[in-house]
Design a protein around this ligand. Sequence first.
Ligand code: SF4
Length: 136
Amino acid sequence: MSSPTFDCTACGACCFGGHDRYVALLPEDRGRAIPETATTEIEGGRYMAMTCGHCAQLTATPEGRLMCGIYEERPEACRAFRAGSFECLRARAHRGPLAEALRAFAVADAPSGSPEGPVPVPPVVAAEGPPDPAHP
Ligand code: SF4
């Protein structure tokens, strides 16, 4: 999804979160082919697994785009996060610099001649932030 101003297949800011319950899986997600290895169970609830302050499914392309590695199957909470919304703008304000740093690091770290397509995002340490109501 994209807008003239915001590109959800490049930004990645909303995929950063300061805690392990950042993206909760909801009943609506039961029919989605979200890999079990991409999720984690915490006290009976299921959540997208996080790594280094962002969802572990966040991936980078050699061109420096931060993309969801399971975009077509992404959870309901992510689908509800609308480009240009208040929550989007807040995520960009608070976590955009982290996403920008990660994007720059991924491009610098990409092996020369790497194949087209997403590559795993290298780890960075993300700052803690307040829970996001769009990602319960
Ligand atoms: S599932 Fe995809 S869209 Fe949702 S937080 Fe993870 S990387 Fe971002």
